[in-house]
Design a protein around this ligand. Structure first.
Ligand code: PEP
Ligand code: CO
Length: 452
């Protein structure tokens, strides 16, 4: 029998051991009394949009930080994140000739899975940093101590972030008639500026033409929605805002629109899947090279037993080198089961490597290579790649190498900010969008058939 707490009866990986369980319980109770971040009708609306994306009628752009940080909950940083997502989405609208659904990895992406519970430096051994939701990153025993109060701080910052995003969008920030509102000043010198501006001009011309000919303002052009997503990792935090609402059946996680289960916790018989199987939100599952047929089919069965389109997304993160051997079999297994799935490509997490100096980075060409392969493989199997999932920032950081400006390993020392995984910077993110748009124009992809 499912309940918001039934995950507790299953093995749970990547969970935090708090020194005082009563303090954690008190925080979880308090979180449950606070107003929700999102509403059930937004969740239901997103599910309908994702269903259309799975059938090839829309395209999903999911992006943001690997790990949000409390210190970055600042107006210019949030606005820049919205700006880059808007710019990318405009480019993708043009490339895909489909409406784009914008999903931020923000307003709650504060918890991180770690491959090691402990970190060792110079003979000292401390708990790993697990994201600002749990502890702090400096390497001291006090900073690494998990503190349940941080769950409240994270929830509040998620609310502040989302409130600011909603206010900007409502105020016309995202109006397609005014793309200059979301120009990123420092990007003027970018090698990509001309290509981007040409695309914007083309869209503005098309918009004016339509409005002049039809005599109406085109729908959805002056109010663009953003949805939120984060990894549903910290189960007491997710459980706290899991509610029933008047006039609708089922349970909703009202702290996020679109949670996903990370590759380390996507085990059908374990706690994260148990929690996610009971909520009405659309759910993503990360799939990697190690995902087996039994695992994928069991995940599909548990997480979407009624096989509803728009309910379940598989976010494949295979790495450029493994895509050709692994992606076809994932598509084939899902097809054999007749599963209605939304396919999203995460070209980041299979392409992480360490430089000779031990810095985590990703190469632009590997990221683009995996994306292009994903489009080609899906199209070749008459499947449809319905979205992309990218770690990026609107800031001018140097964390990934390559791209039009040819960032090298030496550049990584200049502006490496991420606490966890390397993100595409503003220019690299826009360039990826331009490349995806080109690829989509060249890859006519038919909608996924509903049944095998
Ligand atoms: C992530 O999305 O930041 C992440 C940890 O991904 P994965 O679970 O795919 O490794
Ligand atoms: Co990451």
């Amino acid at each position: 029998m499912w309940s918001p707490e039934s995950w507790k009866s299953k093995p749970a990986r990547q969970q935090v051991v708090y020194p005082d369980q009563d303090k954690l319980n008190a925080v979880v109770d308090e979180l449950g009394t606070l107003p929700p971040l999102v509403t059930s009708w937004e969740i239901v609306a997103l599910r309908a949009l994702l269903a259309e994306a799975s059938q090839g009628h829309r395209f999903v752009l999911q992006g943001g930080d690997c790990a949000e940080r409390f210190a970055d909950c600042q107006p210019p940083k949030i606005a820049n994140q919205l700006k880059i997502l808007l710019q990318m989405s405009l480019v993708l609208v043009q490339g895909s000739q489909r409406p784009v659904i914008r999903v931020g990895r923000f307003a709650g992406q504060y918890a991180k899975p770690r491959s090691e519970d402990f970190e060792e430096r110079g003979g000292e051994r401390l708990l790993s940093y697990r994201g600002d939701l749990v502890n702090r990153s400096p390497f001291t025993a006090a900073d690494r101590q998990p503190d349940p109060q941080r769950l409240l701080r994270a929830y509040e910052r998620s609310a502040l972030t989302l409130n600011f995003c909603r206010a900007l969008v409502k105020g016309g920030f995202a109006d397609l008639h005014h793309p200059e509102y979301w120009d990123l000043g420092f990007a003027r010198q970018s090698p990509l500026e001309d290509e981007y501006q040409e695309m914007v001009a083309e869209i503005s011309r098309a918009l004016r033409f339509m409005e002049n000919v039809l005599g109406v303002r085109a729908g959805e052009t002056d109010r663009i929605d953003f949805y939120t997503s984060h990894e549903a990792l910290h189960l007491p935090y997710e459980q706290a805002q899991t509610k029933q609402v008047p006039h609708r059946s089922g349970w909703f996680n009202l702290g996020v629109h679109f949670p996903w289960i990370g590759v380390r916790t996507a085990l059908p018989d374990e706690a994260h899947v148990e929690y996610c199987r009971g909520i009405e939100n659309p759910v993503g599952i990360k799939a990697g090279p190690a995902t087996t047929r039994e695992q994928l089919l069991a995940l599909i069965e548990r997480l979407n037993p009624r096989n509803e389109p728009g309910k379940l997304a598989v976010i494949h993160r295979l790495g450029r080198r493994q895509s050709e051997s692994v992606l076809p079999r994932l598509i084939e297994w899902a097809r054999e089961a007749g599963a209605n799935l939304l396919w999203i490509c995460d070209p980041m997490h299979g392409n992480t490597r360490l430089t000779s100096d031990g810095i985590k980075t990703r190469n632009f060409d590997d990221i683009l290579g995996e994306l292009e392969l994903a489009f080609t493989i899906h199209a070749g199997m008459r499947s449809y790649l319905g979205g992309v999932h990218i770690e990026l920032t609107g800031e001018n950081v140097t964390e990934c190498v390559g791209g039009a400006r040819g960032l090298s390993e030496a550049d990584l020392k200049r502006a490496y900010v991420s606490e966890v995984d390397p993100r595409l910077n503003y220019e690299q993110a826009l360039e990826i969008a331009l490349c995806i748009a080109r690829k989509m124009r060249a890859t006519p992809a038919g909608p996924t058939p509903a049944s095998p």
